[in-house]
Design a protein. Structure first.
Lengths: 191, 191
DNA sequence: GCAGGACGCGCAATGTGCTTGCTTTCTTCA
DNA sequence: TGAAGAAAGCAAGCACATTGCGCGTCCTGC
């Protein structure tokens, strides 16, 4: 029992109705969309590729002197376009060898249940991602990192399934990470 | 038709057999597991929380003077425990309003098909994640970011479904991001 | 129990890089 | 075509990261 169903080409219309269309200039979208020129996009692209770049390296990469480059980065941070810098660690080298994608379905779709579930899930350090999604198989999609199967079993039994409203759980174990990046497709963003 | 099936408590034994057990000290695991003291873990924890910390701020956060703090970070980077720094951008502010989780199943599980699929997928900037997973529903789990439904439809029809071997596609649209971080559960890592 | 060695922290100095004020240049609009 | 705004480049001041060195501590071996 899930919120919305989305087979490969079914029921897309209600999604379209819910999402703002950014091809037309509504007041809401124009307020969120910032004006960026090609230099800004090149800065973002370079920073996405390597967040550890120094200002000098970044300036050289985008063809600018360090001063305006630093100023632009500060503006992008103040505008909220650059949210934060993250440090990516090697899970294997830390003994965290098991990554699991979990589909969770709820028995009742009341706001209280959802809020309670999200609050609990957000407090678990094992949870790297938790998305509320459409689809007939699940309401939530979680990405969880644990050391091994034993730890996962404990996490599933003592944490996840104890949350009120959780009715269905399906686990998929990650065998290989083909792509894993936070980089956005900036080619869609036009100056 | 998928590689492995993993209902909630079924067929976990084959996974256990494939994964090295880190409770026992095998040569392979000891080679990967680095020795970290509490100070190292506090550094990693602090850097995970805020990758933009300066060395001075980090030193103060972990109760160290800047010199040994910088030295420890260098060691952690050289050891590969710190993989990279990432810059996280606001997708909404860039007009990238649609995030989709895609389950993909392959018709034939030959290494050539898989290698070809992974090579193609890795070249798409829309793909943020691509994991090879167990489970009866899919072989690959993808996370894709696009501006809107139109762009997603184009991406699905012209890119994904054109790859040899792709037999099934199921899309789940992300409605809300409850948790989205790269932070690992360092509480499992013991000094 | 004592001596030797190694590891790691803290201090100081140096070099590098970041940042801010100012001038110049380019662009845009009237 | 002229004027105004914005943005880039230059220079200086300053803060920060980094490296060498001395000291203390812990562990080890005799």
């Amino acid at each position: 029992m899930c919120l919305l169903s989305s087979p490969i080409f079914g029921l897309m219309s209600n999604i379209i109705a819910q999402r703002p269309r950014f091809t037309e200039k509504s007041p809401m979208s124009s307020a969120k969309l910032a004006k960026l020129d090609r230099t800004d996009l090149r800065i973002l692209q370079a920073l996405q590729g390597n967040g550890g770049l120094s200002n000098q390296q970044l300036a050289e990469a985008v063809g600018l002197s360090p001063s305006p480059c630093s100023r632009r980065v500060q503006k992008l941070e103040a505008a909220g376009i650059i949210i934060k810098r993250e440090t990516v660690l090697d899970a294997r080298k830390l003994g965290l060898d098991l990554t699991v994608m979990i589909q969770i379905s709820m028995d009742r779709h009341t706001p209280e249940r959802f809020a309670n579930f999200e609050e609990k899930v957000a407090s678990f350090p094992e949870v790297q991602q938790c998305y509320l999604v459409t689809g007939q198989d699940a309401d939530y999609l979680l990405k969880v990192v644990v050391p091994d199967i034993d730890a996962y079993q404990h996490f599933l039994l003592n944490q996840i399934t104890r949350i009120d409203g959780v009715s269905g759980v399906h686990s998929s174990f990650v065998m290989r990470r083909v792509v894993d990046t936070a980089a956005l497709p900036l080619n869609y963003v036009e100056p």
